[in-house]
Write a protein that binds this ligand. Sequence first.
Ligand SMILES: CC(C)[C@H](C(=O)O)[C@@H](O)C(=O)O
Ligand code: SF4
Length: 465
Amino acid sequence: MGEPRTLVDKIWDEHVVHHEDDGPDLMFVDLHLIHEASSPQAFHGLKLAGRKVRRPELTLAMDDHNVPTDGLVLRDRLGRAQIEQLRANCAEHGIEHFALGERRQGIVHVVAPELGLVQPGMTVVCGDSHTSTHGAFGALAFGVGTSDVEHVLATQSLALERPRSFLARFTGRTPADVTAKDMILALIAKIGANGAHGHVLEYQGGPVEELTMEGRMTMCNMSIEAGARAGLIAPDDTTMEYLRGRPGAPSGLVWDAAVEWWRTLRTDESATFARTVEIDVSELTPFVTWGTNPGQAVPLGDVVPDPEVFADPVERAAAKRALDYMALEPNARMRDLKIDTVFLGSCTNGRIEDLRAAAGVLRGRQVSSDLRMLVVPGSMEVRRQAEEEGLHEVFITAGAEWRLSGCSMCMGINADRIQGADRVASTSNRNYEGRQGTRARTHLVSPAVAAATAVVGRLAAPADL
Ligand SMILES: CC(C)[C@H](C(=O)O)[C@@H](O)C(=O)O
Ligand code: SF4
């Protein structure tokens, strides 16, 4: 027996291609995801260097950031150029590409897992910060910059410093109205939007084990919003059940061998973490953000904080600025905030379970008449499944817009961006200034809170209905 190791270290050790004592490790990449918004320069660099894609069969490309969700006509010039570029690059290098209009298209972080392509123990990279989503499968999944995308295309490897592990342990009994989104927002509020800087978060504890794979993906997705490089959860029966039979998952004897290895992928009993934080979920209620970073969050039943209560001058200044941008008064009740737009979607909360949760709240109810609600499935497969279950009828009957799949309003770089200074309840992951539109005011919420808010017209939870 060697030294006790964390899950991150176990995956790391499996993937080191070359080790230098005083430099980064060269790591093998099992799966490389690319999208149209962050890959054009990487392919351009590859061309200039006269290189080819080393392992096109380990690369999957997706149109997601720029796609229109109201039809297939792409009016935006830059967006169209990026999508056409990706198509040409994939054709040239023999990379599978799920393009706009295809049955399997969707947000890359929704599509890859639903195909069973992300498996325990893998290394996954993508030129996108929310690659951390895939840690839900017990994979080590990083977002990387464009020059790294080029390096991975050329070599299927990446030079990386071994990250430190940060244990986030959730304890207690989860209240019925508390979701994965509330758990991760509460964690980020506790440690701060930069609180896990330089670390990989490992989520442990009963409440995490009880989450579905969709919930685990929501949680890992937002690891980056706590400043972490990645986040992961050890694989268990839930993971295996989700993967079994999916097109990209192994089958037959290979499946049995894989499961045997996956069962070893957990942090050893006596392994040590660089840092640890504990959250008792029995004390949680639905969480919402009030500010302009995901750490500026409070329980829905609370009030907007008074900047003066922050002892740290930097935090105080940030809170003042956030209140100004968000047009909020200190001590205003979160539940009194009138909402103009509700967005249900994104790689955080655009999966089937999220749509089911929101539809469950909206069934037999109406979206408030002075509010607009957009429902954007995370993939065309999620959309198909939702339609099979009749969820689209619930949304349409309630007065919401039922869209095609893409990043949509999560990030204001496509036609779904917010015009004006709308106050938005959004199931996405970022509430930065200008994120959903130049002056948009974003409140991050769970799908259940999004749906209740759409009915009430003010921030609300299902229990308020
Ligand atoms: C455009 C892309 C590179 C970006 C990211 O890195 O995450 C986007 O997906 C986001 O959510 O901000
Ligand atoms: S849905 Fe939002 S967070 Fe996810 S990849 Fe798209 S823009 Fe980024």
